[in-house]
Ligand binder design. Structure first.
Ligand code: ADE
Length: 221
């Protein structure tokens, strides 16, 4: 799988790219690249944004700059990039990220467009295939949202997480009927008066499995 992220702050991704499951996904042949729009702007003084038509606060990222970056990286018309991969704008106006959307996005190559300031010029709709939000709140830019999408997607890339069961039996997965995962406990078995459910210490695997199944059905608290 090839993933490209476009941002005005590519350094925001440095820590994330060093994470062990990301490194593993890359070593398995997946490609994750972060591009800076500013490196491709056709405008003077590395300009990437402008004041909004009609007036108002803030700056808007220019569509010609976004398209120039896409065209430089993909060597194709910006409006046709979405024919070969999902092109996702991170925006609070988008479809809310959930496990099903993460699974969809993990199904092919992916391009993530991070906005800053007031966002990207609305004509970005001619370029993207999807608009994705990570929740009903406004962040200062798309970078944190892109990392949430990346992480949810990369966990689904075969081999990225060393124990595949920890992904398939994960909260919200179809294997759990969209429910939340059962609770986990580890040593010490006795700590203050905070108890561990007896069944987990019983050594009775069938009982443990039944207990876990019951817990899965509980809605999040
Ligand atoms: N950019 C700013 N806020 C956002 C959000 N909630 N989701 C995705 N991208 C964003």
């Amino acid at each position: 799988m090839k993933i490209d992220v476009f941002s005005l702050f590519p350094e925001a991704f440095t820590w994330y790219l060093d994470q062990v499951h990301v490194a593993r996904a890359r070593s398995l042949g997946n490609d994750l690249r972060v591009w800076n729009y500013r490196d491709y702007t056709p405008l003077k003084h590395a300009q990437v944004d402008d004041t909004p038509f009609g007036g108002g606060a803030g700056m808007v990222m220019r569509i010609d700059v976004v398209c120039a970056a896409l065209e430089a990286v993909y060597e194709a018309d910006a409006a046709r990039v979405r024919e070969t991969r999902r092109v996702v704008e991170l925006t609070p106006k988008g479809r809310q990220l959930d496990d099903a959307l993460a699974a969809e996005l993990a199904g092919g190559d992916l391009c993530l467009l991070c906005g800053r300031y007031e966002g990207i010029d609305e004509r970005v709709t001619h370029v993207v295939s999807d608009r994705v939000s990570i929740g009903p709140y406004v962040l200062s830019g798309g970078e944190v949202a892109a990392m949430a999408v990346l992480d949810a997607v990369i966990r689904k890339v075969a081999g990225a997480v060393s124990n595949p069961e920890s992904v398939t039996a994960e909260s919200f997965a179809p294997e759990l009927d969209g429910g939340v995962e059962y609770p986990h406990y580890t040593r010490p078995a006795e700590y203050r008066a905070w108890t561990v459910p007896e069944v987990l210490l019983s050594g009775d695997h069938a009982k443990v499995a039944r207990w876990r199944q019951e817990q899965i059905r509980r809605p999040p608290t």
